[in-house]
Design a protein around this ligand. Structure first.
Ligand SMILES: [Cu+2]
Length: 179
């Protein structure tokens, strides 16, 4: 009746260690999630995109998924364009004029004059923007990037990494204490 395999207590100890380890890792992830900087709520973000030969300022826009993005445009020199990948958005920017001509590539021929372009970020990822008006020699290199980050996922993964390290450290210490 009392025929437990001799490895049983040791194995139970290993299971306890594994559970403790998982707990620490999960705790790190949860802490990263809870202490994520900034508001988890979608925000309204405004940018003025200044275009010039041959680039954009800012060249990189970072927002979170769910944010409402308001874009205004300016040109410092000649006629430029702003074509944003995957957003059905193409804008013609005339120098010295705050209003731009907005086109939707999905609806050719339809144009509207607007003071700003507003959209909600629904997909995370990197979306390039580029000039759509031939503006000179280096026009093809006139590029920028809209980066839509997932809300709070990044801090959570940092927490997971920290938890994994802490867990490993705790395991090493516990093992070291055993005879
Ligand atoms: Cu250009």
């Amino acid at each position: 009746m009392n025929a437990r395999p001799s490895s049983w207590p040791r194995r139970r100890g290993q299971v306890a260690y594994a559970l403790l380890y998982l707990l620490i890792v999960a705790g790190g992830g949860a802490a990263g999630f809870a202490f994520a900087p900034g508001s988890p709520d979608p925000q309204e973000r405004s940018f003025t995109i200044s275009s010039f030969q041959y680039g954009y300022d800012p060249a990189v826009i970072r927002v979170n998924r769910g944010d409402t993005v308001r874009l205004q445009f300016a040109s410092r020199d000649v006629l430029h364009g702003f074509y944003l990948e995957a957003h059905d958005l193409d804008v013609a920017i005339v120098p010295m004029r705050p209003a731009v001509e907005r086109r939707r590539p999905s609806q050719p021929g339809k144009r509207e004059i607007v003071e700003e372009v507003v959209f909600k970020t629904e997909r995370e990822g990197k979306f390039r923007y580029r000039c759509s008006q031939t503006c000179g020699f280096l026009h093809p290199f006139m590029l920028g990037e809209l980066i839509v980050e997932p809300n709070r996922l990044f801090p959570s993964s940092l927490g997971l990494v920290a938890g994994t390290l802490l867990g490993g450290l705790a395991m090493a210490l516990l093992k070291g204490r055993k005879p």
